[in-house]
Design a protein around this ligand. Structure first.
Ligand code: ARG
Length: 463
């Protein structure tokens, strides 16, 4: 058995169960590129400050560069006996360059190392997600512009409420995702401090230059408190919280896709690219990708909840509990990335049945509010009174089983004698939708303007 890097004061071997519970390289090997990057920055600084000689630093740098290559091309041999990625890299460095490898770990610890590695990883994940989310916004805004005039039922309580347009509905998600991106950006700005050099928990007596390593790793500055540097994972929590909210938005859209693609709704259809079949029912066309976007939200939420539980009782500074921060975060960020791609794919793929949507938009007395509004405008009634009158008219129409616009004027006049034929002019779906011109409203002209605004902004971002 390989002797432990930390084994100086130990005599006996570790129990197999301890090894099993302690090992993290199976998952933290994902931090390999970040670990090497951090070590390269660290050794360059150690040379600059005279903590190691230029000659030793050069040997260490060469060794690390070889290791980076081995990790990239998949030839690096990970050893579970070496516990984690940090000790795997260090042990390999010793194999490559001999005892001088041991000089790399001056003025640092695995505690500041892992915090730095993970921050670098989370930062990259945020950047990747942001790019994907911008693409999703683009897909939604393009579709929204094309469907700016397509009437669809707007729902509250999933009951027909008022007609809107499909473009307006899609732009609602563009707004949500815009805020999701803002939250990720905020998280990125707050994690912009480098923990490297905090060492185990107290800092170090070596004359290190933490500003130099921070800059080399793309951070604006070093963290200001060594205890905080190694003991907090709020940068993961905050990113996961933003991820959870984003996933929740995607899940709601996914749920709507599931509804809309049913034969009962039939508002949109997904092509064979985004549809699966059933092994028993030959007629089935299932929106699996949408269902899985909805489903995966559970594990993303789970990752946040799990890490909050891990952290909530930990005294300062580092505790090994914190090794549990990685798997859930990796999984959540991977899952979210997949969900964003799936939703963008489905958005581009979906085919809208405008006629069917238009027909549904007129169902369920969806223009009753327009009649009430007319009563306010034409007869100067208080809205509450207009609401009562319209309600009674709807009740009569429902009794007869006819739409509002099919109810004879005389029936309306039995409820309110001053109603004129002009009232019918507001009852069509098109009129209703076109009248929603208040800022942020569903009118096609508004939707076009908003869609174009987003498209301009998104295309400018893309450069
Ligand atoms: N694998 C560890 C983790 O992920 C690295 C830090 C270990 N530190 C220690 N003092 N044992 O948290």
């Amino acid at each position: 058995m390989k002797s432990k890097i930390w084994g100086g004061r130990f005599r006996g071997a570790t129990d197999a169960v301890l090894e099993a519970i302690n090992v993290s390289v199976d998952f933290d090997k994902r931090l390999g590129p970040q670990d090497v990057k951090g070590s390269l920055a660290h050794v360059a600084m150690l040379a600059e400050t005279g903590v190691v000689t230029r000659q030793d630093a050069a040997a260490i740098t060469r060794g690390l560069e070889q290791i980076r290559g081995e990790i990239e091309n998949g030839t690096f041999a990970y050893s579970r006996a070496l516990e984690d990625i940090h000790m795997n890299v260090e042990a390999r460095l010793a194999e490559l360059i001999g005892p001088v490898a041991g000089r790399l770990h001056a003025a640092r610890s695995r505690n500041d190392q892992v915090a730095t590695d993970f921050k670098l990883f989370v930062r990259d994940s945020i950047d990747g997600l942001d790019e994907q989310l911008a693409d999703l916004q683009l897909a939604l805004a393009e579709k929204a512009l094309a469907e700016a005039g397509s009437a669809m039922p707007g729902f509250t309580h999933l009951q027909s409420a008022q007609p809107v347009t499909f473009g307006h509905h899609l732009l609602a998600y563009v707004e949500m995702i815009g805020r999701d991106r803002g939250r990720l950006k905020d998280a990125r700005a707050r994690l912009d401090e480098c923990p490297l050099g905090a060492a185990a928990l107290a800092g170090t007596s070596f004359p290190i230059d933490r500003v130099m390593t921070a800059k080399a790793l793309g951070f604006s500055r070093p963290t200001a408190n060594s205890l905080d540097s190694v003991s907090d994972r709020d940068f993961v929590l905050e990113t996961l919280a933003a991820a959870v909210i984003c996933a929740t938005h995607l899940s709601r859209f996914a749920e709507e896709i599931v509804l809309w693609t049913t034969p009962q709704f039939g508002f949109v259809a997904l092509s064979d690219k985004f549809t699966t079949g059933s092994s028993i029912m030959p007629q089935k066309r299932n929106p699996d990708a949408a269902e899985l976007v909805r489903g995966k939200t559970g594990r993303i939420v789970g990752a946040l909840a799990a890490l909050l539980m891990v952290m909530k009782g930990l005294p300062l500074a580092y505790s090994k509990d914190m090794q549990e921060d990685k798997e859930g975060a990796f999984d959540a960020l991977d899952s979210l990335s997949l969900c964003v791609a799936a939703v963008a794919g489905m958005t581009r793929d979906m085919n809208v049945d405008r006629a069917r949507m238009r027909k549904a938009a007129g169902c369920g007395y969806a223009t009753a509010t327009d009649l009430a509004d007319w009563l306010v405008r034409a007869l100067a009634l208080p809205f509450r009174e207009a609401h009562q009158i319209t309600g009674r008219i709807v009740a009569i129409a429902a009794e007869r089983g006819v739409a509002l616009e099919k109810l004879p004027l005389s029936d309306m006049q039995r409820v309110e004698p001053r109603i004129t034929g002009e009232a019918f002019s507001v009852l069509s779906v098109e009129k209703s939708v076109r009248s929603r011109t208040s800022y942020g409203g569903a009118a096609p002209a508004n939707v076009r303007k908003q869609a174009r605004r987003w498209l301009r902004q998104l295309r400018k971002e893309q450069g």
